[in-house]
Design a protein around this ligand. Structure first.
Ligand code: MEV
Length: 308
């Protein structure tokens, strides 16, 4: 049996503006997706307790990983079981984590010894094939872990934080939201460009405050970033309700994370007000859970096939 897992991520600063080449900061979180392989006569995936053939329409990320790995290795038969601690389609990078964890498990199975850079690149290629367009943020952070500055794709000082995530439970398409922002940009290029520049500034100031570990100022910058995201139309009433509930319960700052239009918000908290923020998000209609940022990227959890 082989089990590999990869983390989800949050955007601390800079979603959407990153699409226009501006600075962003993303952090891996300690909620993971795992891929477990067991020997099988053919290739199958476990769905609702039953093994079925892998369907590229229903399991595009797993199918993409198998397709790419088949190009570089002769894979034996296996059954794959995906387990996730992340809500899917909620802006926390679950599809990237599925892809990265699956590639790593196949890499261990086939003993191809891919580097982390190769895993990140292969995962990004698969995401782009499935979604049409995807920034490398999610796949890079899920592979390498830690706190990452985009577009450079380099680690910055680790941002060690307790985060309360509030899920609105509403799915929103990243592709549609990115194209809505593009349309707004086409209609009001000067105004929207200024907003993108302001988001860039916020991300850069955020990096400085992360170096100083000034959580109060990081929270204030998150609030500024949220105001800017709201101004380009990607926030929603539900997100705003959860964000204000968190702020009013003592969070340092709160904002949406990912594409918006639904999905999740994040609140930066200290140990003392976590429960209050969790309760407030629940009362405001969200589904809250607590996580920590993490340095850990993709990892092998179990391997009795090709032990190192
Ligand atoms: C989506 O999680 C974040 C966006 O910036 C798009 C991207 O970076 O690919 C909206």
């Amino acid at each position: 049996m082989i089990t590999c897992s990869a983390p989800g991520k949050i955007f601390l600063f800079g979603e959407h503006s990153v699409v226009y080449g501006k600075a962003a900061i993303a952090c891996a979180i300690d909620k993971r997706v795992s891929a477990t392989l067991v020997p099988c006569s053919s290739v199958k995936i476990k769905i609702a307790g039953q093994y079925k053939p892998v369907n590229p329409k229903k399991n595009p990320y797993v199918a993409g990983a198998i397709y790419e790995m088949n190009k570089i290795a002769e894979l034996p038969g296996f059954c794959i079981d995906i387990n996730s601690e992340l809500p899917s389609g909620a802006g926390l990078g679950s599809s990237s984590a599925v892809t990265v964890a699956t590639i790593k498990s196949l890499d261990v199975l086939a003993d191809t010894k891919l580097s982390l850079k190769e895993i990140a690149e292969m995962s990004h290629k698969i995401e782009t094939n499935v979604q049409g367009k995807a920034s490398p943020t999610d796949t890079f952070v899920s592979t390498f872990g830690g706190s990452v500055k985009i577009p450079e794709k380099v680690h910055i000082d680790f941002f060690d934080a307790k985060i309360v995530i509030g899920n609105t439970g509403k799915f929103a398409s990243t592709t549609n939201l990115v194209s809505d922002v593009y349309e707004l940009m086409s209609k009001h290029p000067d105004s929207v460009n200024c907003i993108m520049d302001a988001m860039d500034r916020v991300s850069r100031d955020g990096e400085i405050e992360i170096q100083k570990k000034d959580y109060k100022k990081i929270g204030e910058l998150m609030n500024i970033n949220q105001g800017l995201l709201n101004s380009i139309g990607v926030s929603t009433v539900q997100l705003e309700n959860l964000i204000w509930a968190a702020r009013n319960s003592g969070a340092y700052g709160a904002k949406l994370t990912g594409a918006g239009g639904g999905g999740c918000m994040i609140a930066l908290c200290d140990e003392n007000n976590i429960q209050k923020v969790v309760n407030a998000i629940k009362k405001a209609g969200g589904d809250p859970f607590v996580c920590n940022t993490t340095k850990e990227g993709v990892r092998v959890d179990k391997n009795n096939v090709n032990p190192e």
